[in-house]
Design a protein around this ligand. Structure first.
Ligand code: GAL
Length: 390
């Protein structure tokens, strides 16, 4: 229901923007240029001028951000998008270039939440509100909004999937391999926190035996980890969100494992790209017979892996939701009105401030519903068990 409302609001803006671009320019001077954008002098409330929105996305090699880009292009016609190539100095330069251009709102999907504070402060000094996109920007009071899914819930879904499979087996001493996202990304901690809440009781009671993390084994009786304890566990098993790093971590874990620690394995894989790289490494080991693995993002390759039985689950986080939230927030920022209370429903502590935030819906995907979710997503079509980009 919430989505419908947002989608309609977004559609309204998009239509208004399209109409502004196409209709005879009655109030504006008749030039071939787009109508002037000085809203302070226009009589009627104008549709948001998305050309005054700068969007900085972290990494084009991650399917997730290509999905976001596609949604931004549809819902915010004219908004400018720059990629940071997973390099924090490029990200800072992108932000500075948008500040120099005089954008009116910045939407930043940061690479490293702490590193992004300085550029956020520069934007604020120039009077530009910053919306953190999917990843929280840390340790600054200058994040106006944070649009996000509930990342703890994402991790819980991953952990619960593995826990359910383990419980169903009725066995003890099952082989659990833990991997984490990028420790520079606050989300990675939230995902791990959620997963740990589901896995820890089963590690503590001996259902799972953690093969590749002595730190996790040592903390097995700690139900709620501090950030420091999470860092201790996650540091050695961070994939940095990179498939190559994930593959190396998986190979190293397998090289250090006994035959008994292979057989049926349970992999906490943080996202689809790293999951695919790791399951490839595990499948290449002849002593591994069955793999239960997690993921998130509904990346094309993982949709195929789920159809083929090579990846067990993923979590779909539809960027359409976050982008529609951005459309609504940009609209209220431009209009000088408070954010829609159906969009901003919660807050996140970024170490310095409580940042007003959203909580978009997630969908848990397994072999049972992958075809329907993928088809309904508007991103893919599945024909005869083969997925294709739409
Ligand atoms: C996270 C994001 C995930 C995943 C990952 C890698 O911050 O929430 O959906 O894609 O980054 O880019």
């Amino acid at each position: 229901m919430q989505f419908k409302k947002l989608a309609l609001a977004g559609l309204g803006f998009a239509m208004a923007a399209a109409m502004a671009a196409c209709s005879t320019p009655a109030p504006a001077p008749s030039t071939t240029e787009a109508p002037a954008t000085d809203t302070s002098t226009s009589a009627a409330p104008a549709a948001p001028d998305f050309t005054k929105v700068g969007i900085v996305l972290s990494d084009a090699s991650q399917p997730r951000w290509k999905m976001a880009e596609a949604q931004f292009k549809t819902a915010m016609p004219g908004a400018q998008i720059m990629y940071s190539n997973n390099d924090t100095s490029v990200e800072a330069a992108n932000v500075d270039s948008f500040i120099a251009q005089g954008v009116k709102v910045l939407i930043i999907n940061s690479i490293d939440g702490a590193a992004a504070a300085a550029e956020t402060d520069r934007a604020a000094a120039a009077g530009i509100p910053v919306i953190a996109y999917d990843r929280l920007i840390m340790n600054t009071k200058n994040v106006s909004y944070y649009v996000t899914f509930d990342s703890v819930q994402v991790g819980e879904a991953q952990g619960k999937y593995l826990a359910d499979q383990a419980k169903a087996s009725g066995q003890k001493g099952l082989n659990l391999y833990l991997f984490a996202g990028d420790v520079g990304d606050n989300n990675a901690f939230l995902f791990f926190q959620g997963a740990w809440s589901q896995l820890q009781p089963l590690i503590a009671d001996g259902t799972f035996n953690v093969v590749n993390s002595p730190q996790a084994t040592q903390l097995k009786d700690t139900a709620s980890l501090s950030r420091d304890q999470e860092s201790q566990i996650m540091g050695p098993i961070t994939t940095l969100w990179k498939p190559d790093t994930a593959k190396t971590l998986a190979e190293t874990a397998l090289a250090g494992a006994t035959k008994a620690q292979k057989g049926t394995v349970y992999l906490l894989a943080p996202n689809d790209q790293t999951s695919a790289a790791m399951t490839d490494a595990f499948r290449a080991d002849k002593d591994v017979t069955t793999i239960y693995s997690t993921g998130q993002d509904l990346a094309l390759a993982s949709v195929q892996y789920i159809l083929d039985g090579k990846q067990s689950m993923t979590v779909f986080k539809d960027d359409k939701f976050l982008v529609q939230e951005c459309v609504s927030l940009v609209g209220s920022i431009f209009a000088g009105t408070p954010a829609d209370t159906s969009v901003i429903t919660t807050t996140y502590d970024n170490g310095t401030a409580q940042v007003p935030a959203s909580a978009a819906e997630i969908t848990v995907v397994t072999k049972d519903n992958v075809e329907q979710v993928a088809n309904d997503s508007g991103l893919y079509t599945i024909t005869n068990g083969q997925v294709a980009q739409k």
